[in-house]
Write a protein that binds this ligand. Sequence first.
Ligand code: MN
Length: 136
Amino acid sequence: MQPKEISVFPTGNKNDAFAQYFTGQSYLNMLSVEQVPIGNVTFEPGCRNNWHIHHAEKGGGQILLVTAGRGYYQEWGKPARELHPGDVVNIPAEVKHWHGAAPDSWFAHLAVEVPGEGASNEWLEPVSDEEYGKLK
Ligand code: MN
């Protein structure tokens, strides 16, 4: 599938660096690599990242700013939240979660890396087809 320009921010290239932590094809364009890192992440339909945790000893976490398409955010043990352009998701450090596209829609969000002390990302298991398959 060809990358789609679905946001006002350029889609960029295939997200090869993190492909092992995604199901399906995603694209990553780092819009800011100074001060606060901000990436434009685009997901093809059905694409989502693995369960993961943004660790930090103080501060940290991630903020998602939804720019295009339809997708989901889910925290471990909670129902998935459907996302649309204009939605904002505050993800505290140490919360296990995933984010990605709906099965039938492209999806794009800006991922803001909230500065923190001792910050690191831990990538965990994929979101199962059984679990993802429940989503519309
Ligand atoms: Mn995340």
